[in-house]
Design a protein around this ligand. Structure first.
Ligand code: ADP
Length: 469
């Protein structure tokens, strides 16, 4: 299971682990370096000290430390002095010495080697060759003028054992320290992670109180740390949007029920009146015709609602292709011809045949059809409707202009809302259900365009901006 707390604890332990391991390695190797350097400098000093005490005595080489010289204390653990003929002039007890490397190196240059086995103990050995001279002064009867020179090999060795022991001790101390630091840090980060996650629990509890019926509850950022304020702001904004969407949804459901109740009530009352007594053929026919008209209005409303629902769900995205605007407008005006004729309204268009828009022609027919229908239905008798189109920097602008009674300025922004009618009695008269313009806006926006309305007492203009092909 993924756990934020576990991740925080493991993350901090990982960082701490890396720090402790690097620190321990640094301390360990620095100490090791120090100990080995100390050992080497003691060996180097030892080999020089021993060499300075090798001298000729009556023609033979002797190792003669001064009387007050404490060999045990001053010299390294083991030493050996070898004469040029290979004979050993002096050495420490063989049992406590390493296997001495043989051969004599270049004079004056110490050679460092290691000998011994892991089992019997390993040693650090320094070998130095140097010449010992005797300058006879003739006082003691030596043949004058003859210098005695001999190259002796001095070796000193120190066991690695004490260094290894000290390093082992240091390693175990560091391990104990690291373990203790790990335990303390583990406990600490467990508590800290708990503290750091507490606000999330509090936000969770606060959100649990928000329900469908209490969508106006908001989180107060006051008690939370400032780093969480943007998150709380976003949550509150999301709640706002949800609240609005729920309200819209509820309002929409209420509107749909209300809109459908009126025609259903109309059909029911017609049937009830019809059933009260015997009816003539003509009366029955008239009643059926009334009901048919109401049912057609309902059908059109249901179709529009379904289209809106499909567009809301993103299931009716436009299938665009380059389309001639003049042809499209011609088709729309032809469809509105009959209704316009009934009201004696003149339809005309002025669209350049070269203008081509990148649109879904079926969907755009619905948009222009609605605009032209409205322009005809909300016009005055003997009025006119003109459709024009022009290029603009934003795209192609199509305008539907009428000579009707216009829309009051305060109503203009509302006409695109679902079920909004400026004058309900007039809409009823003309068979409108207040959905045409909201569908038109949805379709135009799905094309990446805009729809605008402007109006004066002498008529209205609805303009749509569309992408050019
Ligand atoms: P409806 O189906 O009622 O016509 P619409 O969504 O098409 O619904 O229009 C919404 C309202 O806007 C209409 O009820 C009407 O009052 C007003 N309206 C739309 N077009 C015009 C117009 N060209 N002139 C005057 N009023 C209009």
């Amino acid at each position: 299971m993924r756990s934020l707390r576990l991740k925080l604890i493991l993350g901090s332990l990982l960082v701490l682990g890396a720090v402790i391991v690097s620190f321990s390695l640094f301390v360990y190797f620095a100490k090791r370096h120090n100990l080995l350097s100390l050992m080497d400098s003691r060996l180097a000093a030892g080999v020089q000290a021993i060499a300075s005490h090798v001298e000729f005595d009556k023609g033979s080489l002797l190792f003669e430390p001064a009387e007050d010289y404490d060999i045990q204390r001053e010299l390294p653990q083991a030493y050996r002095i070898v004469a040029p003929n290979g004979g050993v002039i002096a050495q420490t007890m063989p049992g406590s010495s390493p296997g001495w490397p043989t051969g004599s190196p270049e004079e004056g240059r110490p050679v460092w080697t290691e000998s011994g086995t892991k089992k019997d103990g390993r040693w650090r050995v320094v070998t130095l060759s140097l010449s010992v001279t005797d300058e006879p002064d003739g006082a003691e009867g030596e043949s004058p003028g003859v210098d005695l020179i001999a190259v002796v090999t001095v070796q000193c060795a120190a066991p690695f054992g004490p260094v290894s022991r000290e390093l082992r001790e240091l390693a175990s101390q560091l391990a104990v320290l690291a373990l203790a630091a790990f335990l303390v840090a583990g406990g600490g980060s467990f508590l800290l992670a708990g503290r750091a996650l507490r606000p999330i629990r509090r936000i969770n509890e606060a959100l649990a109180n928000v329900s469908e019926t209490r969508l106006d509850e908001r989180l107060d950022p006051g008690p939370f740390d400032k780093e969480l304020h943007p998150l709380i702001g976003q949550l509150n904004a999301a709640l706002d949007r949800l609240n609005k969407a729920f309200r819209r949804e509820r309002q929409f459901t209420a509107d749909v029920s209300h809109e459908l109740r009126t025609p259903v009530a109309g059909i029911l009352s017609t049937i009830e009146v019809l059933l009260r007594k015997e009816r003539s053929e003509i009366e029955l026919r008239e009643a059926h015709e009334d009901n048919l008209e109401i049912a057609r209005t309902m059908e059109s409303m249901i179709e529009r609602l379904l289209l809106l629902a499909r567009m809301d769900a993103g299931k009716a995205s436009p299938a665009r292709k380059p389309t001639s605007l003049a042809a499209l407008v011609g088709e729309v005006l032809a469809a509105a011809g009959l209704e316009a004729q009934k009201r004696n309204i003149r339809l005309s268009h002025d669209v350049d045949a070269a203008l081509r828009a990148d649109i879904d022609s079926e969907q755009m027919k619905i948009v222009l059809g609605n605009l032209v229908d409205n322009a005809v239905r909300y016009n005055r008798p003997d009025g006119s409707v003109t459709v024009g189109a022009r290029r603009s920097p934003e795209g192609l602008v199509v305008e539907v202009r009428d000579s009707g009674m216009g829309i009051p300025a305060d109503q203009l922004p509302l006409v695109f809302d679902r079920f909004h009618r400026v004058d309900p009695s007039r809409s009823e008269e003309t068979g409108g259900c207040g959905l045409g313009l909201s569908i038109a806006r949805k379709i135009v926006e799905a094309h990446g365009g805009r729809i605008l309305a402007s109006s004066s007492p002498s008529g209205s203009v609805f303009s749509i901006v569309l992408p050019e092909a």
